[in-house]
Design a protein around this ligand. Structure first.
Ligand code: SF4
Length: 159
C-alpha cells in the first residue's frame, strides 16, 4: 500500500512541524499553554517516531485541538500580537503554509511520513529560514535551531 493511501497519525500545518523541529533543536520544553492548545502533546508524539504518517494541511490542525481561539467554523480568531497593527493569525498561517507547499512542490492534504517530510525540509535548508521565520524572530536563530533539530533526529548529517 502506498503511503498516501494510509490513514494519517497526525494532521499538521507544514510550518507547525518546522516550528517543533526548531524548538527541539533549541531544547525547548513544551508545557501546557494558556490557550489550551495541544502543542505540548503533539510535539513529543511527532518527535517519537519518524515513521508516523502526517497529513499536511492548510487549516486548523491537531495542535489547534482544545485551543480557546479555535472557532466553531475551524478558523483561528487569534492575531499576531507582536505586530502593530496585529494581523489575523489565520491569514498569516495560510499565506505562510501556502508558500511552503509551493516551495516544497507538495499539495495540501498529502500524507507523508515525518521522516519523508523532514528530508524535504532538510534539502531546502539553509534557505528555508528566509520564507519560514516568524515576525520578530531572528532568522539565524531559526536556522540554527532547525539544523540542530534535524541533526538530533538523524535527518541531517553535516552542516
Ligand atoms: S493557530 Fe490559532 S487556533 Fe490553532 S493553536 Fe494557534 S492560536 Fe490556537
Amino acid at each position: 500500500m502506498k503511503v498516501n493511501e494510509k490513514l494519517a497519525d497526525l494532521k499538521l500545518r507544514p510550518h507547525h512541524i518546522i516550528d517543533i523541529i526548531t524548538g527541539y533543536g533549541n531544547n525547548v520544553q513544551y508545557q501546557p499553554h494558556p490557550f489550551g492548545h495541544a502543542r505540548h502533546l503533539v510535539a513529543p508524539k511527532l518527535l517519537s517516531d519518524l515513521n508516523l504518517k502526517v497529513k499536511l494541511v492548510l487549516g486548523a490542525d491537531d495542535i489547534c485541538t482544545g485551543c480557546r481561539n479555535l472557532l466553531p467554523n475551524g478558523k483561528c480568531s487569534d492575531v499576531l500580537a507582536q505586530l502593530t497593527p496585529s494581523p489575523s493569525k489565520q491569514a498569516y498561517n495560510d499565506v505562510l503554509d501556502s508558500r511552503l507547499f509551493d516551495h516544497f512542490t507538495l499539495a495540501p492534504d498529502c500524507t507523508l511520513s515525518t521522516g519523508e517530510y523532514l528530508e524535504i525540509v532538510n534539502k531546502h535548508t539553509p534557505g528555508l529560514e528566509r520564507i519560514c521565520t516568524h515576525p520578530k524572530e531572528d532568522p539565524e536563530e531559526r536556522l540554527t535551531g532547525l539544523i540542530n533539530g534535524l541533526k538530533k533526529l538523524g535527518i541531517r548529517r553535516c552542516i
